[in-house]
Design a protein around this ligand. Structure first.
Ligand code: NZQ
Ligand code: ZN
Length: 383
């Protein structure tokens, strides 16, 4: 096992009616900025629950944070937060609103151009405290310190600073009932691939982390059909929500070898073609696994046996069957696994490869063996 330091200070309030707790968990004299996205929260009762809970707080609001939160919008929110002398931010939404709120929180007191936090990894001066009400199980942003922000064709991440963890996150599975099928499929696939990026790597004897990982994968596989078919089934939504949070809160990846190449290639597909985050991952992962099957041989076999119960006559066949089972699973929740579903062909691939190489000149994957040529092969095989 590799050395690691593990720290996760996020207080989770999980279950029905937990939004009412906001009244107690946000400091009483805080000047609160409520941040949200395109406005679904005003149609399904969440906005009402939040504002009722905060009836005795001083609250301001900023709506309109886009999916793949846009830098220019977040700067407007930062300006409002400065003007109103905000002392606490409350994100109500999915990964985009929570990620965007992390960036607002980090830029309020930043003396220099906040873009440098993303583009130049500049040190953050101070972070205004924030919490979240999660509405879309997927990214894990509610219990980690990472954030991904978009500006034009640049989609860049920052994080890892302990001040960037939410103070708390409220996870009420009932708020997911209003999610459209497309976002449910996205959430299942994103969480699944977060696990695989930390599990399908080198086997360095981490049985506990592997069993955590396999437990999350098996839970997602078991719950997915109920999540998609039953619109208000509390138990399956609760299991899905907690699985997605645990997929990227640091625990399963502590001491393991990480990959993240699928995510880095996926971010460029979103930046250049506007494809939803999870959908980009489903396009890249199967092809990447086939390309890396020798490097990932041992873990792919373990994945085939322990997650899919597959044992074919040869190891090669076992691995191929496990990758096919993964594709079938993504397709079963409505997420395509081929670039042609988005009309992306050879002509588009060059620009995607150039963007990945610009942002990751030293090569991707746990072996850093994926450079321009290899990424091109992976994407061509995904057409
Ligand atoms: O715009 P609103 O009104 O908020 O509607 C959203 C949005 O249209 C809607 N939605 C959310 N909860 C809902 C709902 N609609 C009905 N009922 C509900 N309960 O869903 C749409 C998508 O929301 P979004 O927040 O964009 O999706 P997601 O949670 O998948 O977040 C994607 C972003 O997170 C980043 C991605 O790159 C992308 O920018 N990620 C963040 C990570 C992190 N912080 O650790 C890791 C991930 O790998 C990922 O990169
Ligand atoms: Zn992701």
């Amino acid at each position: 096992m590799n050395n690691f330091s593990f720290f996760n200070p996020v207080q989770i309030h999980f279950g029905k009616q937990q939004i009412a707790k906001l009244a107690q968990i946000i400091p009483p004299h805080a000047r609160v900025l409520l941040t949200y996205g395109g406005g679904f929260i005003k149609n399904n009762g969440i906005y009402e629950q939040v504002t009722n809970a905060l009836a005795h707080h001083e609250i301001y609001e900023f709506g309109g944070i886009e999916s793949n939160p846009q830098y220019d919008t977040l700067i407007k929110a930062r300006d409002l937060a400065r003007e109103k002398e905000i002392t606490f931010l409350l994100a109500v939404g999915g990964g985009s609103v929570i990620d965007g709120t992390k960036f607002i929180a980090a830029s309020i007191k930043q003396p220099n151009d906040p873009w440098d936090i993303l583009a130049k990894n500049e040190k953050i001066n101070s972070v205004v405290p924030f919490g979240s009400v999660l509405t879309l199980p997927a990214t894990g942003s509610e219990m980690n310190s990472f954030s991904v922000i978009t500006r034009g064709e640049e989609k860049l991440g920052f994080g890892g600073d302990p001040r960037l963890f939410p103070k708390f996150s409220i996870l009420d599975p009932e708020v997911t009932y209003s999610l459209p099928e497309k976002q449910l499929g996205n959430g299942i696939v994103d969480a699944f691939i977060h696990v695989l990026e930390q599990y399908l790597t080198n086997d360095i004897n981490t049985p506990l982390q592997d069993r955590f990982a396999e437990g999350i994968l098996l839970t997602l596989i078991d719950e997915a059909p109920k999540v998609i078919e039953l619109k208000d089934d509390y138990d399956s939504r609760a299991n899905f929500m907690w699985a997605a949070t645990n997929a990227l809160n640091g625990l399963i990846g502590a001491g393991t070898v990480h990959d993240w190449a699928t995510h880095m290639i996926g971010h460029e597909l979103t930046a250049l073609h506007g494809i939803d985050h999870a959908r980009t991952l489903a396009l890249v992962l199967p092809s990447l696994l086939r390309f890396q099957k020798d490097h990932k041989n041992q873990k792919l076999l373990q994945y085939a046996h322990n997650v899919w119960g597959i044992k074919a006559s040869t190891p090669e066949e076992t691995i191929e069957n496990a990758i096919t089972a993964t594709e079938d699973f993504f397709n079963s929740v409505g997420v395509p696994t081929r670039l042609k579903a988005y009309n992306i062909g050879e002509a588009e691939i060059e620009k995607i490869v150039a963007a990945v190489s610009k942002h990751h000149p030293y090569g991707l994957s746990e072996h850093r063996n994926l450079k321009s040529q290899e990424i091109q092969s992976i994407l061509k095989a995904a057409i």
